[in-house]
Design a protein around this ligand. Structure first.
Ligand code: GLC
Length: 523
């Protein structure tokens, strides 16, 4: 116990959209540095930055062309060093995004690899001969639509890309790739970075025989082709675990470092990513709250299932938003978003909070001519674009919202004149104020940080549970409906409420107004 990644709260920053220091409309490291005190007053403990490495930006940084540098758009290595120092000076940890599954097609490794069948780094990537009909080697599909294979005309072979053709997959069965990536980790760890969020870690290794994926039996006929296949041979391969354990050994040579892995899998397979000896991810991201129905019974079920599946000694975690998924305020509604925040910050386990969610930022309507995300552009009409959840952080009511003096790369939220950090700071019952109160309460309440979770139950749209530590009990009751409810609570003092003016003691039957949640310190 006592590790920062257990006791703390992670805050995700999408660097293009947090703060722009030089007026080019895109956020940068100096911007993040200038706004660090927001994280401190908010009360989070660690900053996770989505990728900042040099990139042609085909997938906005998730296509890395140099793993050991900073893209000039974001600044320099010296800016990163300054950010690390500034974080540490404030007691914050800095977690970088690591994208080991694929590089950019402009990475020198791939430029070499595509040089021909005899290239020295040919087998750093996954090259295969065409099928007998000249088509792709098998039926694997890209997460971003279309085949996962692109033909390289000069050598007559196809290369694999689980995402864009500009994101060729590295060959994790090649020890030289593994060694190179370990070197990348050390490069950043030596600079004082506190850990990594590892991109698509459950996809690292692919079937050695490149067998076709079978159809997904339950898929709707009009589902996107990718969803009509079952990723039997392209995801969650047994060999992935050894690859992750290898990354972990590199981290473990440095004190206090952490690895959180991006994994979209059912719970029983997700928890295997802790490793049999807890020697893989410290935290395999738990996305269940992003995926389940927003309903008290469904969420109670998710909590119970997850808690029951955790291996002994494994530490849980919860996520309500990220740069790939709809904003929580859009998904559950503005009133319910306050309840969602209370849930996230009182569950057992490390919460990850997505920038802007502390303001209740909603998905921003993006006019078609401003759409940028390749995931949306390649499969139009399916609502796959992620631009809506990546819009600039609104800091104040000025024309550029304090984000930029130039033209923001994505539109600002239409209500930025009122929904911004400065406005919320001045308003005692704002979403920001609620987050600050909940985070402060969490920090001051061992039962919320380290306590057990018991009595997880749902009735009539109300979700409840108790957190206990050292004989102190904290009860949480959350009305997930838009109408009033009555619930029985143990006698105690209200420590936090989603609604204004709610304080004092409670006992017995308590009325919860619509979207009301209470944290009660049991007497
Ligand atoms: C992960 C990232 C996503 C990116 C993809 C490819 O899912 O979160 O933003 O597009 O990997 O790197």
């Amino acid at each position: 116990m006592g590790e920062w990644w257990r006791d703390g709260v992670i805050y995700q920053v999408y660097p293009r959209s947090f703060a722009d220091s030089d007026g080019d409309g895109v956020g940068d490291l100096a911007g993040v540095l200038a706004r660090l005190d927001h994280l401190v007053t908010l009360g989070v403990d660690a900053l996770w930055l989505s990728p900042i490495q040099p990139s042609p930006m085909a997938d906005f940084g998730y296509d890395v062309s140099d793993y050991c540098n900073v893209d000039p758009l974001f600044g320099t290595l010296a800016d990163l060093d300054r950010l690390v120092a500034a974080c540490h000076a404030r007691g914050l940890r800095l977690v970088l995004d690591l994208v080991p599954n694929h590089s950019s097609d402009r990475h020198p490794w791939f430029l070499d690899s595509r040089g021909g069948r005899g290239a020295s780094r040919r087998d750093w990537y996954l090259w295969r001969d065409p099928a007998p009909d000249g088509g792709p080697p098998n039926n694997w599909l890209s997460h971003f639509g279309g085949p996962a294979w692109t033909l390289d005309a000069s050598s007559g072979q196809y290369y694999l890309h689980s995402f864009l053709p500009q994101q060729p997959d590295l060959n994790w069965r090649n020890p030289a790739v593994v060694a190179a990536m370990h070197g990348v980790l050390r490069f950043w760890l030596d600079r004082g970075v506190d850990g990594f969020r590892v991109d698509v870690i459950w996809l690292l290794v692919k079937d050695a025989l490149f067998r076709d994926n079978p159809p997904e039996p339950g898929a709707a006929p009009d589902a996107r082709p990718f969803a009509r296949q079952r990723a039997v041979h392209t995801a969650d391969q047994p060999e992935t675990h050894a690859a992750i354990a290898g990354l972990r050994r590199v981290l473990d040579a440095y004190p206090g470092r952490m690895m959180v892995g991006e994994i979209y899998l059912p719970v029983e397979r997700l928890v295997r990513y802790y490793g049999g000896a807890l020697d893989e991810c410290h935290l395999p991201f738990n996305f269940q709250l992003l995926l389940c129905a927003w309903d008290a019974s469904a969420i109670a079920g998710v909590i119970r299932e997850y808690e029951a599946a955790l291996p002994a000694g494994a530490w849980p975690n919860w996520v309500l938003g990220n740069h790939d998924r709809p904003r929580v305020a859009s998904r559950v509604g503005a009133g319910q978003a306050r309840v969602a925040a209370m849930l996230l910050l009182t569950l057992r386990g490390t919460p990850t909070l997505y920038y802007g969610d502390e303001l209740g930022l909603e998905d921003v309507a993006i006019p078609p001519e401003r759409a940028q995300d390749p995931a949306g552009l390649r499969e139009p009409g399916r609502g796959l674009g992620r631009d809506a959840v990546r819009t600039p952080m609104p800091w104040d009511a000025s024309p550029g919202a304090g984000f930029t003096t130039g033209e923001p790369w994505l539109p600002l939220n239409a209500d930025h004149a009122s929904r911004n950090v400065a406005a919320h700071h001045a308003e005692p019952d704002s979403m920001l104020a609620l987050h600050r109160r909940l985070l402060a309460l969490r920090r001051a309440t061992p039962a919320l940080v380290r306590g057990t979770i018991e009595g997880v139950a749902a009735k009539d749209g109300v979700l409840r549970y108790v957190r206990s530590h050292d004989g102190r009990r904290v009860q949480v009751v959350l009305n997930l409906t838009a109408t009033e409810r009555e619930v029985g609570v143990a006698a105690g003092t209200i420590l936090a409420a989603t609604t204004a003016g709610r304080a004092g003691t409670v006992e017995g039957d308590v009325r919860l107004v619509a979207h009301e949640g209470l944290v009660v310190g049991v007497s």
